[in-house]
Design a protein around this ligand. Structure first.
Ligand code: GDP
Ligand code: ZN
Length: 362
């Protein structure tokens, strides 16, 4: 294994450059298990990769907000352990090419990055019971927000009665995103999927539980790297001897990132909404009034498109719901900012009052 196999390239090398004089090494985070499991090497000797455990310092954690903490897939700058038994120290997280986030636990609206530096993300749906185009729209937004390139995967093609109809339904909302009909069970469609597994590139997966992500990963890797749900149920707990990893190297090159956090990704900032719903936004740009609410205003292009059948009512409804949800997140963020501002003024007023008191001499 070399640093390049792990995804090292000019982009990360540039991000690492300031740390070279400090005697640190670049490392990629393979898993988070309380501490981090990382793979590190000197860029001058890229084939001398070694795995080690590493952690951030308390100072690092205090100084960075939650979004700045290392996540699986991140490139970090580490100091190797000085004595045997000690773990490495993560000194910095290198600039990311892409990131998937969720809201950190608790009332605070804080960002928690759960996976970083994914090049291509497979948005996996199962063509069985709970096939849901509205959910696919959410995944597309999350993907556009992340900076990774989305690819839609419709799995369990063997289970669908009319796969062609479902494919057409998805292609209508995919807007330029490739769609693949596959079966992780039979291997149908996998020649096409394998093209996304390129040396030095990282593939991520997003999708509800049970859609077949683990089965798909195992087929791409050619080994039982992830337990599928059937195996999970009859699992005897004594046999966990393998080293825990969430970033896997495929034998033919390329990496697959599968971390539990990635499976709980939520909508976050929502700049991806405009991209995922470019069709709706483009139509709305044709409304006579720029602040048209598409509710009976004259010259409304959205209502015209609904009437002509160009725009499906479910798609508009879905767009409105997601827009409202994102506005809610925005409002909470604003409230947080206002509360902080109020606190700041309280301190300033208090300081002013005591200043006047001193001036008046009482
Ligand atoms: P995950 O939760 O997304 O990781 O899903 P799993 O990979 O654990 O799969 C959930 C269930 O779906 C298991 O019983 C799999 O055997 C089954 N499954 C996965 N892919 C396919 C497929 O292409 N066709 C069929 N019929 N079943 C599949
Ligand atoms: Zn309108």
């Amino acid at each position: 294994m070399t640093l390049q196999d792990l995804g090292w390239n000019d982009f990360f090398a540039a991000g690492f450059a300031p740390f070279t004089p400090e005697g640190l090494l670049p490392a990629r985070v393979l898993a988070q298990i309380g501490v981090y499991r990382v793979a590190a090497a000197d860029p001058g000797q890229p084939d001398q990769v070694s795995e080690l455990l590493a952690d951030t310092t308390g100072k690092f954690r205090r100084q960075s907000d939650s979004g700045g903490l290392p996540a699986v897939g991140d490139w970090v700058a580490v100091r190797l352990p000085g004595e045997e038994g000690e773990q490495g120290v993560i000194q910095a997280v290198l600039p990311r090419k892409s990131k998937f986030s969720r809201k950190a636990a608790g009332h605070r609206v804080a960002e928690q990055v759960v996976a970083a530096n994914i090049d291509t993300v497979l948005l996996v749906s199962g063509l069985d019971g709970d096939f849901n185009p509205r959910r696919i729209e959410r995944y597309l937004i999350a993907a556009w927000d992340s900076g990774a390139q989305p690819v839609l995967v419709l799995n369990k093609a063997d289970r669908a009665e009319d796969a062609a109809a479902l494919l057409a339904e998805v292609e209508a909302i995919a807007l330029g995103v490739p769609v693949h009909l596959v079966s992780a069970r039979s291997g149908e469609g996998f020649d096409e999927l394998r093209q996304y597994l390129r040396p030095g590139e990282t593939l991520g997966l997003l999708g509800s539980s049970g859609v077949g992500k683990s089965t798909l990963i195992n087929r791409l890797l050619g080994r039982e790297a992830q337990k599928t749900s059937e195996v999970r149920e009859s699992d005897d707990r004594g046999r966990h001897t393998t080293t825990h990893r969430e970033l896997f190297l495929a034998p033919q090159g390329g990496l697959i990132l599968d971390t539990p956090g990635m499976r709980e990704v939520q909508l976050w900032e929502g700049e991806g909404l405009a991209t995922a719903f470019a069709d709706v936004e483009e139509l709305a740009a044709g409304c006579r009034f720029s602040d048209c609410r598409h509710a009976g205003e004259p010259g409304c292009a959205i209502e015209a498109a609904l009437a002509s059948g160009e725009l499906a009512p479910e798609r508009l409804e879905s767009y409105r719901k997601l827009q409202a949800e994102l506005r809610q997140i925005q409002i909470r963020q604003d409230e947080l900012l206002k509360a902080r501002e109020k606190q700041r003024w309280k301190v300033i007023h208090k300081a002013q009052r005591s200043h006047y008191k001193t001036k008046r001499g009482d």
